[in-house]
Ligand binder design. Structure first.
Ligand SMILES: *[C@@H]1O[C@H](CO)[C@@H](O)[C@H](O)[C@H]1NC(C)=O
Ligand SMILES: *[C@@H]1O[C@H](CO)[C@@H](O)[C@H](O)[C@H]1NC(C)=O
Length: 234
């Protein structure tokens, strides 16, 4: 082939609380569109994350969480059960979110959140860098987010960012897979999925129109609003 290509895509983050199921019709419709269009590829390799990669993913999340200047931000740590879910799911090579039912009752959480990202390349290079850089890409949505009105710039997505810095989320597990794209397309893709316990991005039904609530509070000193038994990050 005469050209090489390389691009990345993030898929709108979802974490849907069953209690708020009906309020999430717009996101469910979005998911339904993704599912209708999806064309799962063929698995080349389920990536076994190294200990160093796991540590770096957790470190990056906690670094971004610290920078939020929140008063109720919990420290995040790795969860092997959640990571196993992410790895199994992403090995389907399908760039579409898992269903609420699939994400329910995992590692003691009634539902876990999910951020997805993919890097598409023309050749089968199997570079792993994106496994780490996708966290920054998710967090970069901070530039489109207004804390005061807890909303995004019109037509922008901020759901990956709000999940990364969702104060009450304290467990993370990620998986990745190298896949050949579906036959209708050319090239290869690295898919990365991180799941979060408990899920973030809960709706605030007091707000009009109803929308995702504030990911964290800024009322007082760092950790001042954390419960005694929590591990808070400054
Ligand atoms: C947190 O506080 C520091 C120091 O006041 C400030 O520079 C930074 O922009 C704040 N971060 C956010 C996300 O508001
Ligand atoms: C929910 O929305 C109300 C009304 O806009 C706002 O005052 C409140 O801070 C919001 N709470 C959260 C957790 O987002």
């Amino acid at each position: 082939m005469a050209f090489n290509f390389y691009f990345t895509i993030l898929l709108l983050s979802v974490s849907i609380a069953q209690a708020f199921g009906n309020d999430y019709t717009s996101i469910n419709a979005e998911e339904a569109r993704h599912r209708a269009k999806r064309a799962p590829g063929d698995l080349l390799e389920t990536v076994v994350l190294t200990e160093a990669e796991k540590i770096e993913i957790v470190r990056l999340h906690n670094q971004y969480r610290s920078r939020a200047n929140a008063s109720d931000m919990l420290a995040m740590s790795w969860d092997n059960t959640i990571a196993q879910f992410a790895s199994n799911y992403i090995s389907n090579c399908d760039f579409a979110h898992s269903t609420n039912a699939q994400r329910s009752s995992i590692s003691g959480f009634s539902i876990i959140g999910e951020n997805l990202g993919t890097q598409i390349t023309s050749s089968n290079i199997r570079s792993r860098d994106y496994i780490l850089s996708v966290t920054q890409a998710w967090h970069n949505e901070i530039n489109d987010y207004f804390y005061d009105t807890f909303s995004c710039i019109a037509n922008k997505a901020c759901g990956h960012y709000t999940q990364v810095v969702w104060a009450k989320t304290y467990k993370i597990g990620c998986g990745a897979a190298f896949c050949r794209r579906a036959t209708s397309t050319v090239g290869y893709r690295l898919l990365v999925s991180c799941n979060y316990g408990p899920a973030g991005n809960f709706l605030n039904n007091t707000a009009q129109p109803s929308r995702v609530g504030r990911p964290f509070e800024r009322k007082g000193a760092p950790c001042s609003q954390c419960a005694q038994q929590d591990t808070c990050v400054d």
